[in-house]
Write a protein of this length. Sequence first.
Length: 166
Amino acid sequence: MNIEARLAALEQQQALIQARQDILQTIARYARGIDEQLDAELAAIFTDDVVLQTKPWTQRPLHGKALALKAFRNYRWAFQQPRRFITNHQITVHDAGTATGYANWIVMQARDAQSYCGWGSYDWTFRQEDGLWKISSMLITLDCMTTLERGWGMLAERILPFPPRE
């Protein structure tokens, strides 16, 4: 392999590493934006045509940034003081400025003076726009969402319904 080919391979590898790092920063911005109620931060990391779904809580996918941001505002109304931890990232960068990702999450939060704990997974699609990696689709899967009092040792009904508006 000549020097030009080696340099091109290194540049390609560096671009892939940088893309993955930038996507991880987008994920971190999402977690902080939700937990700290940073609406402008959330708006900045979603594409205008984002598709959001939370299984089993939403019946159908939500299309568009406005609906996605509204769903996150409803979530923040329902649960207070959330702190989420996102781990086990698997990110694949594709050609043409797109990427897919998967990760696990755990969240601790409160509602009506009760402590809640939940966990599940994220499936993402990312798209690069104006040099920034943004979330273009997001599937949030809940495996468990329960109160500490109720616990999570049961095998069935581990996901409490989304709290209704009062």
